[in-house]
Ligand binder design. Structure first.
Ligand code: 5CA
Length: 464
């Protein structure tokens, strides 16, 4: 993309209404525009990041054997009356009336709808296990929408639902989701810590929240510092294996890590040596639930069991805050100049800055870099505007592309361009072809198509 043709409405001033850094940077970098309290348009730069995150979620769900679908945003109130949640959900539920005076609602989550789909089409235990999910807009009429996309009223969420014959099978689905989520967050450059939590209006006893540590997080958390040493890494997981999923879950959840709702100071002090006890703030980027037969009992979702008798299915639901993640990643990765995107979610793979637009040699070198990168399936942003170098650097730093290639007449005389890391600020002078090769090598590990196992033969894949 050429910056002169892109739509990137960056702001010079720091918007006064934004209280936290990610909100400020998303507004300044032209990623979002507020349309009403807690309701945002995703401008092109923000939309690209949102899509990258969405794609990582889809790929990791596919790897775990979960099946994608799409349910509507508007739901019938009748379904919610069946589960009893139409009244129980309270003021967060946006109730709507259609022209026939029928009660509708804008879905805050989809347990009822998926249970209805299940009971209409699945009749036998032979069709289990089944995990269906979608990534769709949700609405919760939050009392205090704030912090930009972090606590919106309309937000983008992945929600998945497992249907199993027994509690044992459903707990395997729970463990599998936990493992899948760890890998998902890690691919976005985040360390998310699973913490035992409270189930709120979704219900059930077993639930973990995934928290990213950040000063501006809304939750207070307590944990053993040993948990932050754990990484998922490149390990191969057989998601069908009950033992493997349980093993990873045990590894990541055996150490003390809890949100304030479930924190127990006595247990904390008993289990964790003083030098490892930490209190911090965290952003909740996902939550998984096992709630047994709560919805299947209420809504009559049964299958014929092996003994021929109707058996209520065991269920869980699992959510990832896709739009919240954009803010969470920025909270975890920025400096005083702007955003620093992790390679896995960056809106463009690199920037090309032409220091002397209009200079025949500089223009030709930039065009050739642009063509070379694009031919390899990469997506560069070429700042081809007729602007001062300082302004171009400031824009690149603000929007946070991890790599920048700077092209100027002086370097070209020596046959080199400058390759700069946004994260470290370190630069090296290399011939243009080598800059292309280096960037290609960096991204080779960050692109997995849905059908290519990430750990094997990685191939480039352009998503937008
Ligand atoms: N049905 C379950 C699992 S799908 C559910 O709704 N879980 S949830 O309430 O925990 O939401 C899932 C995730 O959505 C949260 O972990 C959080 O990351 C995100 N989320 C929840 N509310 C908001 C909001 N108001 N703005 C942005 N993201 C939100």
């Amino acid at each position: 993309m050429r910056l002169s043709r892109f739509f990137l409405p960056v702001l010079r001033e720091t918007p006064a209404e934004a209280q936290i850094v990610s909100h400020r940077l998303m507004l300044r970098a032209g990623m979002i525009k507020q349309n009403a309290a807690g309701i945002y348009s995703w401008l092109p730069l923000g939309f690209k990041v949102l899509r990258k995150i969405e794609n990582i979620v889809h790929e990791e769900q596919a790897r775990a054997g979960h099946i994608a679908m799409l349910m509507p945003t508007v739901q019938s109130a009748d379904l919610w009356r069946e589960s009893g949640r139409y009244d129980a959900y309270g003021d967060e539920l946006l109730r709507i009336r259609d022209r026939h005076d029928r009660d509708m609602l804008y879905g805050p989550t989809n347990e009822e709808m998926i249970t209805d789909i299940f009971r209409s089409h699945v009749g036998s235990y032979k069709d289990l296990p089944l995990t269906l999910y979608h990534i769709q807009w949700k609405f919760r009429d939050e009392m205090r929408p704030r912090f930009g996309v972090m606590r919106g009223r309309e937000f983008f969420m992945k929600d998945g639902y497992n249907f199993d014959l027994s509690k044992e099978d459903a707990l395997h689905a729970y463990n599998r989701h936990l493992v899948t989520y760890l890998r998902t967050y890690e691919r976005m450059g985040l360390q998310a810590i699973p913490m035992r939590a409270d189930s709120g209006p979704i219900g059930g006893d077993d639930t973990h929240e995934f928290l990213v540590l950040a000063e501006t997080g809304e939750s207070e958390v307590f944990y053993d510092s040993a948990v932050t040493d754990l990484t998922f890494g490149d390990r191969e997981i057989d998601y069908d294996s009950v033992a493997q999923c349980a093993g990873v879950l045990e590894e990541f959840t055996s150490k003390y890590a809890r949100t304030d709702e479930t924190h127990d100071q006595t247990v904390f002090e008993q289990q964790v040596p003083q030098e490892r006890r930490r209190t911090a703030r965290g952003i909740e980027v996902g939550q998984i639930f096992y709630f047994g037969t709560k919805y299947s009992d209420a809504m009559g979702a049964t299958v014929q069991g092996p003994d021929g008798k109707p058996t209520p299915v065991h269920m869980g639901s699992h959510g990832i805050g896709v739009s919240r993640l954009v803010g969470a990643i920025i909270e975890a990765s920025h400096d005083d100049k702007g955003i620093i995107w992790p390679e896995g979610v960056t809106p463009f793979h690199c920037g090309i800055v032409n220091l002397k637009q209009g200079d025949a040699e500089a223009d030709a070198a930039c065009e050739s870099l642009y063509a070379g990168l694009t031919a390899l399936g990469l997506d560069p942003l070429y700042d081809d505007r007729d602007e001062r170098a300082g302004g171009k650097f400031a824009t690149m730093d603000l929007i946070g592309l991890p790599w920048r290639i700077t092209v100027g007449p002086r370097g070209l005389k020596n046959g080199v361009v400058e390759l700069t890391s946004r994260r470290t600020g370190e630069s090296e002078e290399v011939p243009p072809e080598e800059a292309v090769k280096k960037i290609a090598d960096i991204y080779r590990g960050h692109h997995a198509s849905e059908h290519v196992p990430m750990m094997g033969n990685r191939s480039f894949h352009t998503y937008i």
